[in-house]
Structure formats: structure tokens, C-alpha cells
Design a protein around this ligand. Structure first.
Ligand code: PCA
Length: 324
């Protein structure tokens, strides 16, 4: 029989062994804690922590509190963080495939977007692998519309307006319309509007709602220009270090998160458009003339993207259009 002393020692050793093999991963995220992406990420983190019995604990850090949006991808690539979430299209200048979700007017609804994504996802996951990242899951933002501080009905009304961009595509759209783009993370959006650094932007109802932009702007025009995605990825070396059982738990939790995120994004669309209205904004579909002007610009941007993305990009778009 063991004496109480050896029992104690054995327990202490077992605790030490668990502590040595258990890992804690910090997960930087760029958007507000109350945003659905962040809530889905928190559920995902809990799912992994519970599913591995605490062997792998994931802790989310929303609102850019650990790394700002612009730093997250690099931080995970280099192993400063093991896992993170980032808006893919913000990295289109590194690889055009990261902007496959921002080809103007190619898709305008969640269903169309999911179809495009099911075709594009393997190529994007491969591009991420080349950047030392293992793709886990991604979730679309609601359709993108135009926020303004005045009524607008034609492209001419946009000329000279200071415009907050979040990606190469949003900056290019601004340039082609004669607006003045400035790249600003959503976490700093309210400040940019309050100080006049920006006076308009393209985004979902979700981001305008999260940032209470009715305090600064008056109009939201539904344009449904595209639906960009946030992706969650893991540093490839950290991923390779996990045993098979842990990887299975993470993969299962990621699948659940993707499904939950899609539903949450759909629900958040109407909820946040109503919220903008309650805040005092005019929420309406963009007029025909404005839409026609934006679509013309969209055609130029589509050509530019196809040229940059080469055969692989063209094949994705053609497969999407062929299956419509
Ligand atoms: N919100 C994010 C990206 C797309 C969206 O709807 C943002 O404005 O930063």
C-alpha cells in the first residue's frame, strides 16, 4: 500500500506531466468582442479547450487588443501567435487569391457567395499553406454597402470624398470613383470618422452597427457589392506539433464554427440594418444610376483581378459562373 506521502508525490508528478504537455494558444482577432465573428471565435476556442480536456486551451483576444488587424497574419506566420483571425481580402496585395471574395458584383447573396467559396477554398488554403499557415475555417461578412455623410445618387457625388478602405479592392474602388482612400482598421473607424480622417466607407451593416457610425454619418446605401470573409488559421509549425487526436478536435470545432458563423452572419444582417435605422440613419437601396456607375467600375476591377490572379483565378471564376 502507498503511504500518503508517496500518494502526494505521485499526484504532484501527474499534475506536472499534464502541465508540461498542455498548451495555451492566444488567438488575436481584430473585431469588436460583441461582433458575431468574435463570438463564434470564442465558442470555437471553448469547444477546443473542452474537447481536448484542457490539453489545448485557446484564448481569444478580440478588438485588436493583442495584435491590430494589420499585424495578425504576420504574427501567426512567424509564430508570435499560434492562431488568429483575419480579413482575407486585406492581404490581396500579397496574393490575388486572398481577394477572390472581393470581385465586385460577382456574388451578391450568401448563397451565391458560399458557392463561390466552396470552389475557391482549396486554392486559398493552399496559398495560406505557402505562407506557413494551416487554414481552419472562415465566415463571411454580410453584403457590402456604402456609408455616406450625405445623400448620393451618382458617381459624381462621390468625387473628392474621404473614404476609409479595408482592402486593396475597397481602395481601388475609391480611386476609380475619384474618392480619397485611407486604410483604417474597423477598431479605429469611429475615431477616423470623428476626426474627419474619413467621411465614408464600404462595409456591412454589421461594422457600421458595431462602431455606432450613426454618430457621424447619415446614409447607408445597400449595394451588395461583395461579401468578404474572415479566416481563422494556425501557424503551420504549431499545427504540425499537435497529435492526431487534438487535430481532430480542432478540425471538428472549426467545422461547427463555420456553420454557426454563416447562420450568425445572416441573422446579423437584418438586425444591424434595423439598428442603423434606429440610430437615425437612412437605410435604403442605392439608386439605379449609382449602381450602374459602381458596376462599371466593378467591371474594370474584375478585369484587373483576373489578370493578376492568372489561370488559377480565372478557372475559379469560370467554374463558379459555369455552375450558376
Ligand atoms: N466589415 C469589415 C470588413 C467587411 C465588413 O463588413 C470592416 O469593415 O473592416
Amino acid at each position: 500500500m502507498k503511504t500518503p506521502a508517496t500518494l502526494l508525490a505521485a499526484t504532484a508528478l501527474a499534475t506536472l506531466a499534464t502541465a508540461a504537455s498542455a498548451e495555451k494558444w492566444d488567438m488575436p482577432m481584430a473585431y469588436a468582442a460583441t461582433n458575431f465573428h468574435s463570438e463564434v471565435g470564442a465558442n470555437f476556442a471553448q469547444c477546443v479547450t473542452d474537447g481536448t480536456g484542457g490539453e489545448l486551451e485557446i484564448v481569444t483576444h478580440p478588438s485588436g487588443s493583442l495584435f491590430g488587424g494589420a499585424e495578425i497574419k504576420r504574427a501567426v506566420q512567424t509564430g508570435q501567435a499560434n492562431i488568429g483571425e483575419r480579413l482575407m481580402s486585406a492581404h490581396q496585395n500579397e496574393n490575388p487569391l486572398y481577394g477572390v471574395d472581393s470581385i465586385p458584383f460577382l456574388v451578391s447573396s450568401f448563397d451565391e457567395h458560399e458557392k463561390l467559396w466552396s470552389i475557391a477554398q482549396p486554392a486559398v488554403a493552399e496559398a495560406l499553406a505557402e505562407d506557413n499557415l494551416h487554414y481552419l475555417y472562415s465566415v463571411p461578412w454580410p453584403p457590402q454597402g456604402l456609408y455616406m455623410n450625405k445623400e448620393v445618387s451618382t458617381l459624381d457625388d462621390l468625387k473628392g470624398v474621404k473614404f476609409r478602405s479595408y482592402s486593396a479592392a475597397t481602395a481601388r474602388m475609391a480611386e476609380l470613383t475619384g474618392m480619397i482612400p485611407v486604410q483604417v482598421e474597423a477598431a479605429e473607424l469611429s475615431q477616423a470618422l470623428a476626426t474627419g480622417v474619413a467621411e465614408s466607407f464600404i462595409s456591412s451593416g454589421a461594422t457600421g452597427y458595431d462602431r455606432k457610425v450613426w454618430e457621424h454619418l447619415s446614409h447607408f446605401y445597400e449595394v451588395d457589392a461583395w461579401l468578404p470573409r474572415n479566416a481563422v488559421f494556425v501557424n503551420m509549425d504549431a499545427w504540425n506539433r499537435l497529435d492526431d487526436a487534438t487535430r481532430d478536435v480542432v478540425t471538428d470545432c472549426a467545422e461547427q464554427a463555420a456553420a454557426e458563423g454563416l447562420e450568425r452572419s445572416k441573422d446579423y444582417t437584418e438586425f444591424t440594418l434595423n439598428g442603423l435605422e434606429e440610430g437615425g440613419m437612412t437605410v435604403t437601396r442605392a439608386g439605379d444610376e449609382l449602381v450602374a456607375g459602381l458596376k462599371e467600375i466593378g467591371e474594370t476591377m474584375t478585369e484587373e483581378w483576373l489578370e493578376q490572379a492568372g489561370d488559377e483565378g480565372r478557372a475559379i471564376v469560370e467554374e463558379y459562373k459555369g455552375g450558376m
